[in-house]
Each structure stands twice: as C-alpha cells, then as structure tokens.
Write a protein that binds this ligand. Sequence first.
Ligand code: GRF
Length: 215
Amino acid sequence: MTGRDGKLAVVVLISGNGSNLQALINAARHDAPFFIRGVVSNRRNAAGLKRATDADIPTRVIEHTQFADRAAFDKAMAREIDSFAPGLVVLAGFMRILTSDFVNHYAGRMINIHPSLLPAFQGLHTHRRALEAGVDEHGASVHFVTDELDGGPVIAQVRVAVQAGDSESVLAERVLQREHELLPQVVNWFAEGTLQLHGDAVWLHGSPIAAPVQC
Ligand code: GRF
C-alpha cells in the first residue's frame, strides 16, 4: 500500500489522453504524500501511456477486446492492478463499465473523476447535455466508486459558469482545466489519511461531510 518514504502507492486507470493523469504526475513531483506506482489502460493507443512512460511509471495494457466477457476482463485488470499493491486506484478517464466483483474488491479505495456536477448528468456526453439543458453552472466531481455507474458518494466538486455561446468543446476544456486541480487535491486528502469512506458516508478531516466539498 505504501512505498517510498511512506507515501501512498496509487494506480491510475486510463483509456485516452490522460491529462488528469498528467495532473497527478505533476502533483506527485511536488512533495506530495502519494506516488504513482503504475498506469493501466484498456487501450494500447491511449496517449496517456506515453505520459506515464515519460515519467518513468510502469504501464500495462489490458485490451478489453481480447476477453470473452466483462468478468474475464475485470479479473485480468484486477490481477495487474493488484500486482502494484496500490493503496488507491484512480479512474481518470477510464471508459469501461466495471463489474460488481471488481468494484467491491476496491471498495473505499477507488475513486473516479466525472465531468459533471453529480448527481446531474451521469453517463456520457455530459457537456453536450448540460448545454442542452440550459444550466448556468456545470463542473466536475470526484466520487468513491460503487456498483452504481457514476453514483457513488461524491467527495468534492469544481463548478464553472456556463457562458453564452459556449460550444461543447469550449465548455469541456474549461471544466477539464479545473479537473486538474480537483483530482490531485482529493488524492492528497486520501494519501494523508484525512479522507475515508465509512459505509455510504464520506469522511474528511475526522467528520462526515454533509455535501460534496466545493473546491
Ligand atoms: C475527463 O473529463 C474525466 O472527467 C472523464 O474523462 C475525461 C478524461 O480526460 N472521466 P483525460 O484523459 O484525463 O484528459
């Protein structure tokens, strides 16, 4: 669970660009209480793999297309993840739905970053849907992962104003910039031991939070 000077070992799961992974890599360089022990991708061509390699972080690719079903893929994933003995698993743009067995195996030690103010806009195309719904405010959330897709207890959020004339990509980019602050913050809390999941309740600094922390 821990390594290098008692720091928390983190494994990051990605499927794509990995800009949130990059934010964690950058944060870990600056005297953070965690380090990234491994990066796992379900896509061989995920650009984030190069970000990891450039930072001397070991990578593994487990292609979901090579498995007969979700359960077999998740088993293979868990085997690779566990070989890194992480204290925390971070889903950072990992685009696969996970089985209950997998989720339960990492209960209380797996978080996900989702580009909406949960519980609003669970699932895909969050920016487009936020624009279509005409909301004034959009953002991103980090939550503990449970069986319910994008439905686990929310830890913290960043909020951005939707501006007149925003396109999907402009809004997505504005949210993404804030994600890069949010995710390292939450990983820091977990690594310091100040963030825990007790039952369904998120505890921060020794007491349950009544609502997601606004960062
Ligand atoms: C982010 O918007 C994240 O919230 C979502 O997928 C995107 C991943 O972006 N889950 P990146 O790969 O970290 O650049």
